[in-house]
Design a binder for this molecule. Structure first.
Ligand SMILES: [Zn+2]
Length: 163
């Protein structure tokens, strides 16, 4: 059971365990916006419904320009598991500028790629093989990327996750 934490300005900030969420509420650092009525915790002070979404009472400053670490899973998700070259379902990733030729492990240089295209492309550059990309690979943005754990959203969170 997890809880979505909203900053005082209602922006999604983090996903935490309900225990941590409950502590924030009990210490009056946050208020409950949504709760999961099906589940209750019992303590010496009575029963609590598990908070599903909480709002921080004070605004937390978030350091600007948070970077999202690149990963194979992340690249496939960003490209919706579609091959960047032929649009067919993709399970592998390709270095646009081959790694063996100085290509970086970066959001800008990695794309989802089907096995067939991956084998065909091998160590060639796009210019050498005569292929092109229909989009410019970039670091993804939006709440579901910025807030760890928000990509698997609980139903009660939907109204609070903008992107
Ligand atoms: Zn392909």
């Amino acid at each position: 059971m997890r809880t979505l934490v909203l900053n005082a300005g209602y922006e999604p900030l983090a996903v935490v365990s309900f225990r941590r969420a409950l502590m924030l509420v009990l210490n009056q650092k946050a208020t409950v916006l949504e709760q999961n009525e099906a589940q209750k915790v019992h303590s010496a002070n009575g029963a609590f419904e598990l908070p599903s979404v909480i709002l921080l009472s004070r605004y937390v400053r978030v350091p600007g320009g948070r970077l999202i670490p690149v990963s194979r899973r992340g690249v496939l998700r960003r490209d919706m598991h579609r091959c960047a070259y032929c649009q067919r379902p993709a399970n592998t990733i390709d270095h646009v500028q081959p790694k063996s030729r100085g290509g970086a492990d970066s959001w800008e240089n990695l794309v989802a790629c089907c096995l067939r295209c991956n084998n065909k492309k091998g160590d060639k550059t796009l210019a050498e093989i005569g292929w092109s990309l229909s989009f410019t690979p970039r670091m993804p943005h939006g709440t579901s990327w910025m807030v760890r754990g928000a990509d698997h959203a609980e139903p009660e969170w939907q109204n609070y996750l903008a992107a």
